[in-house]
Design a protein around this ligand. Sequence first.
Ligand SMILES: [Zn+2]
Length: 113
Amino acid sequence: MHELSLAVRLVALVEEEASRAACTTVSTVTIRLGVLSCVDPASLKLAFLAARKDTIAAAAELVIESASAHAICLSCQKPSDVSQRTSACPFCGAFALVVSGGDELRLVRLEVV
Ligand SMILES: [Zn+2]
């Protein structure tokens, strides 16, 4: 259900952007989804199929780009990319990571015809 409400909001945003650009048909919707966003890409794609019905994006394909999260280790100060909130530092193994990003869901691009 989480994914469905996201998909509905995404389609609303797509309609808004498309009407601002005076487009009538959207062919591709590209979003960036953070690896820590707790959104399942497969479920989101399914939900998008339902949400796009009878909208400007009715025939649009949803492309999901994965956005990684960055972390700084409090122990060794080295930066790394993490895929889970519970990841350990790849350099020293400490769990004292300050994580930033990775929780976004952002509309990146619309392709129109
Ligand atoms: Zn470290």
